[in-house]
Design a binder for this molecule. Structure first.
Ligand code: COA
Length: 322
């Protein structure tokens, strides 16, 4: 039996401050009805000053280690997906390493926007399967509230802050197919201008705000994610009927529903958190996974399909036997 990456524990962190659509509508030219109808979102969490990507990532990671019954000394490496790092460098992952009291191994960030967690999971899984590490924290942590353009009602109502984490451990010889069965990641850089941040620390006088051509992103999201789902199933000789749970990126209720229909899954088998969290980018998949794990919906032995798409365009899937 080859080495597999087992999802030993899952954790999450959400800022205490909850902002409803109605509260947003006091300062943004929008309505609760518009946001609900177009996206499904009813509220989002916004970070306080101290709730940076590193702070929230460390909290989520701590919770994932506790869930796994693991210690900081079990961590061989930390891979953190974010588009809103605390600093250009050092990587947010090494800030998390210090906060957790981890004293060995590696730490680096991955910038793959809303697909960041799937990308990070893919890299961590490859490292575990190749024997480079036995315990890897994979974290998605984002503070999009800091990069939103509050003059653009087409984007500022869509995002929220938070962090999610999983602790992956090397497992073998169990005689079961538990763990990450496959990951697939993709990029199409020619579509880089339909969803992006118009600045960064390397740009003169441009901290940057999120810019999105929503309709185009929507169109590509539905097509690409459907392909990604098909790719994951084909690679594992499975059919949609084998999937117990779909945990999709939480950008828009309509895209999520379209994916559920495509797989023929009943609505209750699709984990949806976009109503409460809005789009938390790289944190959205682990936050949703954590929600359904914590409340006992997702159980050991079940087959879970994760998928996400984000600015790049970048997208991907991971198929996991819990
Ligand atoms: N409140 C009220 N009205 C709004 C609004 C808001 N927050 N945002 C946009 N509008 C208005 C527009 O001004 C436009 O008005 P007009 O027809 O008078 O010009 C109208 O609503 C339609 O705007 P449009 O942007 O075409 O809406 P849409 O139906 O495409 O929905 C999104 C917008 C963003 C919800 C949708 O495109 C979407 O979900 N895209 C994918 C987003 C996504 O998944 N992104 C993340 C990927 S990681």
């Amino acid at each position: 039996m080859p080495t597999r990456s087992i999802l030993a524990g899952i954790g999450a962190y959400l800022p205490a401050r909850i902002v409803s659509n109605d509260e947003l509508a006091r300062t943004v030219d929008t309505t609760d009805a518009w946001i609900r109808e177009r996206t499904g979102i009813t509220q989002r969490h916004f970070a306080a000053k101290h709730e940076t990507a590193a702070f929230m990532g460390a909290e989520a990671a701590r919770a994932a280690l506790a869930d796994a019954g693991a210690l900081p000394s079990d961590v061989d490496g930390i891979i953190l997906a974010t588009s809103t790092p605390d600093q250009a460098f050092p990587a947010t992952a090494v800030r998390v390493q210090a906060a957790l009291g981890v004293t060995k191994g590696f730490g680096f960030d991955i910038a793959a926007a809303c697909a960041g967690f799937i990308y990070a999971l893919s890299v961590a899984d490859a490292m575990i399967r190749s024997g480079q590490a036995r315990g890897v924290l994979v974290i998605g942590s984002e503070v999009y509230s800091r990069i939103l353009n509050w003059e653009d009602r087409g984007t500022c109502v869509l995002f929220g802050d938070g962090a999610g984490a999983v602790f992956l451990t090397a497992g073998e010889g169990s005689g079961t197919d538990q763990g990450i069965l496959s990951t697939h990641i993709h990029a199409q850089g020619t579509l880089g201008d339909i969803l992006y941040v118009d600045g960064a620390v390397g740009q003169p006088d441009k901290p940057g705000h999120l810019v999105m051509h929503g309709r185009e992103v929507f169109r590509h999201a539905v097509t690409r994610l459907a392909e990604a789902v098909e790719e994951a199933l084909t690679a594992n000789n499975l059919t949609a009927a084998d999937i117990d749970w779909l945990v999709p990126h939480q950008a828009n209720r309509r895209i999520i529903d379209a994916m559920g229909r495509k797989l023929g899954l009943p609505a209750e088998r699709v984990v949806v958190t976009v109503e409460q969290h809005a789009n938390t980018s790289a944190a959205s998949v682990p936050l949703a996974l954590h929600e359904a794990w914590k409340d006992g919906r997702i159980k050991r032995g079940e087959l879970v399909l994760l998928e996400a798409l984000g600015g790049g365009l970048v997208w991907g899937s991971a198929l996991v036997r819990m």
